[in-house]
Design a protein around this ligand. Sequence first.
Ligand code: GTP
Ligand code: SPV
Ligand code: MN
Length: 582
Amino acid sequence: MTTSLATLQKWVDEVASHTRPNNIHWCTGSDDEYQQLISKMTADGTLSPLNQDKYPNCYLHLSDPTDVARVEHLTYVCTPNEEDAGPNNNWMSPVEGHAKVDPLFAGVMQGRTMYVIPYCMGPLDSPYSRCGVEITDSPYVVVNMKLMTRMGSAALERIEREGTFVKGQHSTGDLDPERRFIMHFPDELSIKSIGSGYGGNALLGKKCHALRIASQQARSEGWLAEHMLIMGLESPDGETHYIACAFPSACGKTNLAMLIPPHSLPGWKIWTLGDDIAWLHIDTEGQLRAINPESGYFGVVPGTNAKTNQNAFDMIHKDTIFTNVGRTADNEPWWEGKKVGEPAFDWQGRKYDPENGPAAHPNSRFTVAATNNPSYSALADAAEGVPISAIVFGGRRAKVAPLVFEARDWQHGVLVGASVGSKMTAAAFGEVGKIRRDPMAMKPFCGYNFADYWTHWLSFPERTKKLPKIFHVNWFRQDDDGNFLWPGFGENLRVLRWIVDRCENRVGARETPVGYLPNEGDIDTSELDISADTMRELLSIDVEHWRIENEHFADYLDEFGDRVPAALRKEQQRLAAKLAEL
Ligand code: GTP
Ligand code: SPV
Ligand code: MN
């Protein structure tokens, strides 16, 4: 008996008798345990030590070349009723889902160790946190979970006290894409994932629990589980505002969450609370508050350098697990956009040859504890979370979306979020570069019908009068030659400053059909090499583009039929009418 909670023990026993591991290891989460697992994996080749002088305690993992990103086409939400999963999810009935994966788990852990990982998503003492247990045969998963979540004995104590937890059953199986499934059973609070060892497919606390399962629970309990970063912006006067931003995968959350203010904005400080997931609750005063359920980052490596993101660059120089990057001759990790060193080997361990493509896979990642981040906010551990002043949506758009605009009110903000479109990235298998609708950046992660999700968002004004303002940003607008018009990264603070000023009613704006835009000159561009014409273009609305966009969105809503909330339809039609007037 390794736990006093009979339901947990029973489930672990059942999984063990079905998967038949050689032994079972209950994870304590201790540093010793971490080091032992690292040693075991360096001995068997799962990890390679990197240059320990320059990258102390850093290791490299190369995954199977077919297993390098989330697999949305193999990810299912299994609800009794297909309508409840909605057109935004792949669906199977729970009976069918279990029947599909259970045989794949039979005997799959023979010769392997089964690890039992109790974890807590969110601060251990927070009423907003939720626990789970992941069973896995991958020690790589265990060490990633150690860096990214509060896992081990303390989490187990909370689970035993509460008696409830999300059950996550994972095996890398034989990594055959034909036998790879990520299944969610929201009614049973359970997840079964097989055939992948990668990121969101395998670290079940992250997207599977903290978004797909949690979004369902949030709906019935009156809160929100979102694909959002959380950051604090401290002005030179010492006033701090917290904002939560939803951008699709590989569209800039990690970078924004830890940005370094440009020299021309002296006195500003940025505090990172989270870079990927936010759980938002209304407190007893009616204030929306956010916690980050995670305690570490699984971040995109390519593009990280001393200029784009010095904080990330520094934090991944120690205690980091790299997955699918290249290496220099000196055994340092190397990736495209690192700006220093040269690749000698690529992400498949081959001698680097540009003919084979990039040295680092475009979705190569670093795993590191949040406390390594120089801009880490200790409030990330606060049980009550932080108050949110603004919600910011964004996408990767070459045209259409201006640098920034503000929604008229919450209801309009829900339209702004629901109509987010973005170029697909290497974070998931699919057509990279193709624009797809990614409402609230939750297309891959909303565990139930989007129509019901929008209804839920629209219900918030009934719950409190103090809701944050909603904005939309786009760092990725391009000229006709494909150059980014906006410098991005640290300079994004100039836009965030305007957002904070709007929240405090300190700056005006011009009204357009799509929302409020900055007046000319209100985004500070001092010491920035950007012309007034470029700024005008960045803040322009192309009516024809917007009409087409709005028509596409109306068609998209049709896919959800009668379930689409009338208020969202009304907002879409209201925008259509305003655009038609011009
Ligand atoms: P997930 O972890 O997949 O959810 O992604 P994310 O939203 O945290 O994305 P991340 O910050 O890792 O950024 C992904 C890519 O976008 C990286 O290659 C960055 O270099 C690039 N990027 C981030 N911010 C900016 C920006 O302001 N401008 C430009 N041009 N590129 C950016
Ligand atoms: C994303 O794809 O949005 C990620 C990486 O943050 S993963 O953990 O694989 O979901
Ligand atoms: Mn993400």
